[in-house]
Design a protein around this ligand. Structure first.
Ligand SMILES: C[S@@+](CC[C@H](N)C(=O)[O-])C[C@H]1O[C@@H](n2cnc3c(N)ncnc32)[C@H](O)[C@@H]1O
Length: 396
């Protein structure tokens, strides 16, 4: 089968790596998608195992069309009763990028009508639409006058992992969190720390990775389980072979801390649904008071971007973060994701790397600050501090 894994901007390469490890063949990179070839086992495994995919699609029809009328005519050629039963609920989602339509939602309505008409003509009855929790989810992708209709095997997006019980005000998407960890190059053998962890998404995704536990171990359902050809035995085989206990020999620390005690309670609730044991330690702590565990490691944090804080308070927070890196994170690589480019400047460290990513609709930078041990630190930041000293009169 030709399969399509959808992802987020900038995550295609890490998704390719994940797919290669899963055994996918003929992998090709697209724009926020990766296509590959695999069998039913790989389709099910993709849903359970891919940390950076949003959904996994099975294309069923691809065609060119002239106009709206022709689009309906092409949809009407699809034998929808091959893919769903009349008593199942369905929905249509997808992306439209075409000058042929004033409203991008219109083609979805055309497909919905074509499906309803198909069943009405055949069985004198039409299936119900359920936009919240459809059993069968169709996906359309239209690029000018080229259309692909697919079955979405995942149903609800794969970032709905099933472990999240509660969140703070601006939780990061689980797929973004996992993607950032991969992009950071964390070796999964050294300390991992998030000092603004909120409800714990980033450390939780890190702990799942380090323990080799699939990201969707706690998820209860997928759309492919409603398909005609669903092979329950195969799914149970894949699921039962997935590790579901923490490794005993993790000899490094994974720490999440946040100044807000309520979100730390939520983080602790969130790990209850996961077989992570005591892998993560969640602490109520102002980041300035955090002490980095000895040895090497990495810090990834997602501080506030400034929707609620006034500029000055936000700039102070980023300045404090930079000072905290310099004072307390020696030997660590510190990564920060933020959409606030002015706030970034207040970290007052030169980023060793900048990667553009999206957190929801926000274009963000994911920046790396290498904090060297000992004299290198003084040397590097000493230089910066000198630059900021007031200019002296040459003659004095
Ligand atoms: C954007 S949220 C992080 C969301 C988190 N990644 C999640 O998935 O839930 C930013 C967090 O920074 C925390 N924070 C703000 N100032 C802090 C400080 N000085 N020390 C520690 N945490 C702080 C807030 O309490 C908030 O939970």
């Amino acid at each position: 089968m030709k399969l399509v894994a959808k992802t987020l901007y900038g995550m295609e390469d890490v998704l390719i790596k994940e797919l290669t490890e899963l055994g996918a063949k003929n992998i090709e990179k697209g724009n926020r998608v990766v296509t590959y070839v695999g069998d039913k086992r790989l389709l099910y495994a993709s849903n359970l195992w891919l940390r950076t995919a949003i959904s996994v699609l099975l294309p069923i029809q691809n065609f060119r069309f002239r106009d709206e009328k022709d689009l309906y005519a092409q949809f009407a050629k699809i034998n929808f009763s091959e893919y769903m039963k009349v008593n199942q609920t369905f929905a249509v989602k997808g992306a439209v990028n075409s000058k042929l339509f004033n409203h991008t939602g219109y083609p979805r309505l055309v497909l919905k009508d074509a499906i309803a008409d198909h069943f009405r003509d055949k069985f004198d009855k039409r299936p119900s639409v359920d936009l919240e929790k459809p059993q069968i989810l169709f996906d359309i992708h239209i690029e000018e006058n080229q259309c692909t209709v697919s079955l979405n095997s995942s149903g609800a997006p794969l970032f709905q992992r099933g472990y999240r019980q509660g969140t703070g005000e601006a939780p990061i998407n689980e797929v973004v969190a996992a993607g950032l960890i991969y992009l950071s190059g964390w070796d999964q053998k050294s300390n991992f720390i998030d000092v603004t962890c909120g409800s714990g998404t980033i450390p939780i995704e890190a702990a799942l990775m380090a323990n080799g536990i699939p990201p969707n171990i706690a998820r209860k359902s997928y759309s492919f389980q409603y398909w005609y050809d669903y092979d329950q035995q195969l799914w149970e085989d894949i699921y039962s072979k997935a590790p579901n206990v923490p490794k005993r020999d993790l000899d490094f620390k994974i720490i999440g801390s946040d100044t807000d005690g309520d979100v730390i309670l939520k983080a602790r609730e969130n790990i209850k649904a996961l077989p992570l044991g005591k892998t993560i330690s969640f602490e109520v702590k102002e980041f300035n008071d955090q002490v980095c565990p000895e040895g090497k490691g990495i810090l990834i944090c997602n501080p506030p971007y400034g929707e609620r804080l006034q500029d000055e308070a936000l700039f102070d927070l980023y300045r404090d973060l930079g000072n905290f890196f310099k004072r307390k994170m020696k030997g660590y690589d510190c990564w920060v994701i933020s959409s606030n480019f002015d706030a970034f400047k207040n970290i007052e460290l030169k980023p060793a790397k900048k990667i553009q990513v999206y957190n929801g609709s926000l274009s963000c930078d994911f920046r790396k600050y290498e904090i060297f041990e000992g004299s290198l630190v003084e040397h590097k930041y000493g230089e910066q501090n000198q630059r900021r000293e007031p200019k002296r009169n040459k003659r004095s």
